[in-house]
Unconditional design. Structure first.
Length: 367
């Protein structure tokens, strides 16, 4: 499976599903579409077999004494509808991940196609050359086989194998964690904001939240060591300067704990890496990059990179912290105005430079 072609296929399907272009395709609208895969045909004849077995047991006309073989087969047929319902519920639930807004297109595109087929999406019907076959296997499990022009090879799923996978806490397709929500929550937990800056009901930062004063750089006399920014027109104003090393030391243990939790599900860690962390960009920038398969040049593979090596875990932790600092904490350390009204006032840059020069002369007895 070619990595870039797989990503392009996933992105193309997403684009098609999200667009309304098919409504303006006259050829599509003029012709009938067969979207009935009729997977239940696998059960054809089972009702007659069930009746025959029941009668054989009742009349004592079994293949062998005790009718054990017939009773086992009867139990198999009794269980089959329940097995089918649970199987389809699991399959539909897993394939639904491909519809998530932040779905990682590094996942196998075969699953995306299978989801389109089961949801009657245009272009993925029997008319378009696709088919789904259900098989009732002799040992009691069931098998779905998806075929069609978009698949790399027939996609085959077994009910018992899928159930064991899900019971173990592993998933067929990796769901991408909600990084924005996780990062916003982390902001309230890293102890750089005072408790009153956190909304007790929503557990989110207040709109006017500011980093605690202990992280503001000060002069020898204890006054804030301001940075001066040019706001244009010959005017300027003071903004706080922060001890970023001190802030980083404070937040690092909390970020390490957060990452340890994410790495409990390495599938989701890869999805987070591919969609957000590896690129180090903001969520808005990530949304734009999703349109370009080449943006995933640094992505990790579910097939070849699991389980994650220690080097990758260390790299994930490093980049996760960088992502948090660059895209979430930075808004609270950039252009923050002084709390003292006089210090926050706009001033004339030329006058300020003249005043600073005079102060230097006075302080050093250079008059």
């Amino acid at each position: 499976m070619d990595k870039i072609k797989n990503i392009q296929k996933n992105l193309l399907i997403k684009q098609i599903n999200q667009s309304d272009a098919i409504a303006y395709n006259k050829s599509f609208l003029q012709n009938p579409v067969d979207s009935n895969f009729n997977v239940l045909k696998a059960f054809e004849g089972t009702e007659k077999e069930y009746a025959r077995l029941e009668l054989a047991i009742k009349d004592g006309k079994c293949e062998e004494q005790g009718c054990q073989m017939e009773m086992d087969r009867l139990q198999y047929l009794t269980n089959a509808p329940t097995v089918f319902m649970e199987f389809m519920e699991n399959v539909m639930g897993e394939l639904a991940v491909t519809d998530e807004e932040n779905f990682d297109p590094n996942n196998n595109a075969d699953y995306t196609i299978a989801n389109c087929m089961l949801n009657d999406r245009p272009g993925f019907t029997k008319t378009s050359g696709y088919d789904v076959e259900l098989r009732l296997l002799s040992e009691g499990s069931q098998q779905l086989m998806f075929t069609g022009p978009g698949f790399y090879e027939p996609l085959i799923l077994n009910s018992s194998s899928l159930q064991i996978l899900l019971d173990s806490g592993t998933f067929l397709i990796a769901s991408t964690p909600n990084i924005g929500k996780m990062m916003s929550r982390l902001l309230t937990e890293v102890n750089v904001f005072s408790p009153e800056m956190v909304n007790a009901e929503t557990e989110e930062l207040m709109p006017n939240a500011k980093i605690s004063e202990e992280f503001i750089l000060t002069n020898a006399d204890g006054s804030p060591d301001y940075e001066i920014i040019d706001i244009g027109g010959g005017k300027g104003r003071n903004v706080f300067k922060y001890d970023m090393d001190k802030i980083e030391r404070k937040v690092t243990p909390f970020i390490n704990a957060e990452v340890a939790g994410i790495l409990d599900s390495e599938q989701e860690a890869i999805a987070a890496w591919n969609m957000y962390i590896s690129k180090g960009t903001s969520e808005e920038e990530d949304d734009q990059m999703v349109q370009d398969a080449n943006a995933y040049g640094s992505s990790w593979s579910y097939e070849t990179d699991l389980p994650l090596s220690q080097d990758k875990k260390v790299l994930f932790m490093k980049k996760y912290k960088e992502y948090f600092m660059k895209n979430y904490l930075v808004q609270f350390t950039t252009n923050q105005l002084p709390s003292v009204q006089a210090d926050a006032a706009v001033f004339d840059m030329a006058e300020m430079k003249k005043a600073k020069a005079q102060k230097f002369i006075d302080d050093n007895n250079l008059n």
